[in-house]
Structures are given as C-alpha cells and as structure tokens.
Design a protein around this ligand. Sequence first.
Ligand SMILES: NC(=O)c1ccc[n+]([C@@H]2O[C@H](COP(=O)([O-])OP(=O)(O)OC[C@H]3O[C@@H](n4cnc5c(N)ncnc54)[C@H](OP(=O)(O)O)[C@@H]3O)[C@@H](O)[C@H]2O)c1
Length: 312
Amino acid sequence: MKTGTLSRPAAKDQIHGGPMAGRTVLVTGGSGGIGRATALGLAAMGAHLAITGRDRGRTEAAAREIRAAGGGPVDVFVADLSSQSQVRRLAGEVLQSLPRIDVLVNNVGGYWNTRHVTADGLERTFALNHLAPFLLTNLLLDRLQHSAPARVVTVSSNVQAIGRIDFEDLQGERSYSGARAYNQSKLANVLFTYELARRLQGTCVTASALHPGVVRTSFGAEDPGRVQRLFTPFMRHFMKAPAQGAATSIHLASAPDLEQVTGRYFAGSKPKRSAKRSYDQAAAARLWQVSADLVGLTAAGIATSARPSRAS
Ligand SMILES: NC(=O)c1ccc[n+]([C@@H]2O[C@H](COP(=O)([O-])OP(=O)(O)OC[C@H]3O[C@@H](n4cnc5c(N)ncnc54)[C@H](OP(=O)(O)O)[C@@H]3O)[C@@H](O)[C@H]2O)c1
C-alpha cells in the first residue's frame, strides 16, 4: 500500500498548551486498558478528549483520571458497542455534543473463547471488533470530513497476519473457534482501513490501522481459553504496560508528519507491511458490502434502522 497524497489541509485552530490543543479526539473503549492509556496520553498533549465505555461508573472514573492528566474537559459516552442500536444512539449523542472530531480512535475489541450472540443475532467478535467500528466511523464520517484534516485510527493486532475472512461462515455458525473469530476480526480491521482510505482519497481524512503490542490489560478476561487461563498470569510480567501499548495509537493520532499518510498499517509507531490478504481489494470491497448490508448502510448513506441481521 502506497502512502496516499491528500490535498492541502484547511487551517487548524491556534495551538495553545500542547501539540494537540484545539483538537478533539474520540477514543472508544477509553474506560480501561489501551484505550484509557491512549486518552491519557493525548489529553496530556492538550487534546479535548471524549471517551466511550460500557459502564458509566468505570467510564466516569477513567474520565476523572484523564481530566487530571490534561486539565481540559473530557466527555463521557456510555454504550455497548456490540449492539447496533447503541452504536447509532452513541453516534447521535456524539454528533450533538462534539462540533468537531479531529481523530476517531476505534479501539474497542475483545476475545471470547466460546461463541456468543449479540442483541442483533450476530456473533459477538465480528459484531464488536469489526461491525461496530465500521458503523460508527460511517455515522461520524461527515463530522470528520468537516473537521479535516482528520484521522481514523483503528486498533488491529499482529494476528491479522494469520486471519482469514471466511465469507461462507463469517459468524462462525458452522464452526467456531475464539482464535479464528478474533484473527478474522483483526484482518477485517485492516481491510476496512485500506478500503476506507481508498474511499476517502482527496478528503483530507486519513485511515490507519495498528498493532499495539502484547499489552497487560483486561483483554480476553471475560471468557478466556484454557491456554490463556494457564499462561496469562506468568506472561503478564513480560507484557507491555498500557502506556507503552498506547504509544502507536497516540503517534498515529498526533504525529504532524502523518497528516497526509493514509491506508497504512503500523507497529511500534513505524509503518509495516500487513498480511498479503489485507491488500486484496476485491475482498475489501466484498467485506465492505457485506458489512454495509448487516448494519443497514446504503450507498446513499445510513438507513434509519439496520436490516434484520442474520448470522451468515
Ligand atoms: N492487550 C493486547 O495485548 C492486545 C494486543 C493486540 C491488539 N489488542 C487490541 O487492543 C484493543 C484494546 O484492547 P485492550 O487490551 O485494551 O482490552 P481491554 O482491557 O479489555 O479494554 C477494552 C475496552 O473496550 C471496552 N469494551 C469491551 N467490550 C465492549 C462493548 N461490548 N461495548 C463497548 N465497550 C466495550 C472496555 O470497556 P469496559 O471498561 O466496560 O470493560 C474497555 O474500555 C482491542 O481492539 C484489542 O483487540 C490488544
């Protein structure tokens, strides 16, 4: 993937009090783990932060910490992003509250060893890790474009390298494995990012994906596999701290020299080639179409309610 060249950015607000002053950043999953550390880092750089979480208490507690780090306001939004109606409500609340969005960090993601079904009848890993950022980004796209130069940063994983998109069984109905579902969703994050970058050429909104490293968080704790249960307590000592895991997200959200860099995958704050499969434009276009159908996104925009979803 080559770096895209975008047309000249509009003038930004005057920068006071830090390199990100005057910029508004929305981080999904800012209540814990890598997302909270990302929000803390960007707040310390002067950004106006908005975070999302599932639980109001946890999200407010994180917001207090982030306010202390940055000194500025922190907006709190509460939604379960595995539910499409909650993603739509969240987008509506964000559009009401935030007159600009300079950076959207699609950070929420999870791993489940056993198959779970969402309120929409979809497999949870696919729904939360891929469909939620797909829908939220599309719902916020106009606001991002009006705030341009703007960035969409999506947290993937190095397991994208071993992921496969099984279009015949996207929801793991015929056969489910937590690892397969997770790897597929993280490859989907990269395919989505590259397709988004192609669709946004010439708009001054960039799209990047990243691997944060192996990080000491609550990741996978709700429904861990046997191997995770046995090894994670020992492995935790060797994992990165959340602040280290947030470094690449913070870099992609803030580095001035990345303002016109789009359609790239990063690890360790450096561009890196992603899996060969992630450059398959036909697969990316097909995944976009399937995802659009599942969330009720039409070519003309967003349908008022998602089509009845089915596990396909
Ligand atoms: N940790 C790693 O080693 C690692 C490696 C590669 C990639 N990643 C990726 O990094 C991202 C962040 O993971 P993490 O390690 O920070 O995980 P984490 O500690 O489990 O944090 C996940 C965040 O997402 C929120 N969340 C979870 N389920 C949600 C839902 N249904 N609706 C709304 N919010 C929800 C959590 O909110 P609550 O406070 O309510 O739990 C929390 O804020 C994920 O995309 C993950 O795939 C992580």
